[in-house]
Design a protein around this ligand. Structure first.
Ligand code: GDP
Length: 456
């Protein structure tokens, strides 16, 4: 492990107070080079876990000293700190200039600039929490609703880790039963029947499956339910998106084919987060750039959970192949032109399954948003059950599920125990990847922590 002392600004800019964080074996010594406590003590002599008033001092051009800021310092001794190392935090005034100046002073006194997520990475490496909890720290910082907050808190407090360690125990139990059978296979004694082993493996498979499936909910809550708005050029896709967003974010234009790129916007409707993609209009085109936009529409369709098919007169899209797992909402726009006198069409879904709206006047929008929330079908989560929100965890669970399914198959087909054990070990390995229980490669750690902000 790297034994340097790292420094970074831990707070966002613009606040009244800005916090600078130092962590590493020389944190106190380095901080002492720029900080003078009002009581004249060194930070090592100060009472830890308390705020201590003092000044940050810099050498001035005339050879004397200059006051940079009046600050409050706090000292955390290893291992009782966030990172598990000696730490110092300086609460300065929130000026960008002051904060950068203090960081520069600390760097010239022996610290080095922290990389993104390096404080949390050190906390993980020092065993403060496992990898899934470390990742939850980033989710806590970026949570934006009651539901995302609940999920992040649960994961940070070890909700996912606890479920995984239960699974691990069951897997180890199954492995030991199998190895027992292997050890005594010569002696013609059957300790546990294959049926019992299968039941055990099945229980594990159910639990892994349940956890993996929770990703659909977790992902919908964290990243939003994906909705692709699809329709011919000029049908009103951008106008609809704007009506949904209630602000002008997408490009609206009378010229056909202007929405060449996929525009993505996140909006909360009745507590459900939606991620809308407004896509290039689907039609036959000779324009190469527009063709690229249309190709992207097809890709967007794959990513979406809900497909909102927008037309002007309830025209279907016979040439468009919509995968069976998508929920399709058929929406007829510009009803203010086609049904100028007919306001009741906006109240309920038509017998043909069409939702009539006018994106321009806003008529029919309440029905559409209600249908969207229903189609999203995001279950509410209590915060007590483990819910997977990370794609990395989901991918490991999918691999673990495949491993345990192979175990089940092998047990069914009377495959020798030693061959089955290999899949069990793989299953354990894939689950351990989630919590980082086994040695995790620098590449994996790098890709996880680089998405954090600097100072976390
Ligand atoms: P897109 O190409 O599908 O994104 O279509 P736009 O949103 O750019 O809309 C094309 C034109 O139709 C614009 O002039 C809009 O003002 C108009 N438009 C969109 N929705 C409605 C509607 O509900 N009623 C009426 N009368 N015009 C609309």
């Amino acid at each position: 492990m790297d034994h340097s002392t790292i420094v970074a600004i831990a707070t966002a800019t613009g606040g009244a107070i800005g916090i600078i964080r130092l962590s590493g074996p020389d944190a106190l010594v380095i901080a002492d080079r720029v900080f003078r406590s009002a009581k004249g003590k060194t930070l090592a002599q100060e009472v830890p876990y308390r705020l201590c008033f003092g000044h940050v001092i810099a050498p001035s051009p005339d050879g004397g000293e200059e006051l940079v800021d009046e600050v409050l310092a706090s000292v955390f001794h290893a291992p009782n700190s966030y990172t598990g190392e000696d730490c110092v935090e300086l609460n300065c005034h929130g000026s960008r200039y002051i904060l950068q100046r203090v960081v520069e002073l600390l760097i010239s006194s022996g610290a080095r600039m922290a990389e993104p997520g390096e404080f949390t990475k050190r906390a993980f490496l020092n065993g403060k929490f496992d990898l899934s909890q470390a990742e939850a720290v980033a989710d806590i910082i970026s949570c934006y609703s009651a539901a995302t907050h609940r999920l992040a808190i649960n994961q940070m407090r070890g909700g996912v880790s606890t479920e995984l360690s239960r699974l691990r125990e069951q897997l180890l139990h199954l492995t030991s039963l199998m190895e027992l059978e292997l050890d005594f296979s010569e002696e013609d004694v059957e300790f546990v029947s294959r049926e019992e082993l299968r039941t055990l493996a099945q229980t594990i498979e159910h639990r892994i499956d349940h956890l993996a499936e929770s990703f659909h909910t977790g992902n919908a809550i964290k990243n939003g339910v994906t909705v692709a708005i699809i329709g011919a050029p000029n049908v009103g896709k951008s106008t609809l998106l704007n009506a949904l967003l209630k602000e002008e974010k997408a490009i609206v234009s009378d010229i056909q084919g202007t929405t060449r790129d996929v525009i993505e916007d996140v909006i909360q409707i009745e507590g459900v987060t939606f991620r809308f993609f407004d896509t290039a209009g689907i039609r036959k085109t000779t324009d190469r750039i527009e063709q690229m936009g249309i190709d992207r529409t097809i890709q967007t369709l794959d990513r979406a959970q809900i497909v909102l098919l927008l037309s002007e007169k309830g025209i279907d899209f016979p040439h468009l192949q919509i995968p069976a797992d998508k929920t399709v909402l058929r929406v007829v726009n510009k009803s203010d032109i086609t049904h100028p006198q007919n306001s009741f069409i906006y109240n309920k879904v038509s017998p043909g399954g069409y939702i009539h709206i006018s994106a321009l006047t806003g008529a029919g929008m309440p029905l559409l948003t209600r249908q969207l929330v229903e189609a999203a079908a995001v279950p509410s989560v209590s915060g007590n059950e483990p819910v997977i929100t990370s794609l990395r965890h989901y991918q490991s669970l999918i691999l673990a599920r495949a491993d345990i399914r192979r175990v089940l198959e092998a047990l069914q087909q009377q495959v020798p125990c030693d061959l089955v054990s290999q899949d069990l070990r793989q299953c354990l390995h894939h689950l351990a990847e989630i919590t980082g229980g086994e040695i995790t490669s620098e590449d994996v750690l790098g890709s996880i922590f680089s998405s954090f902000c600097i100072g976390k």
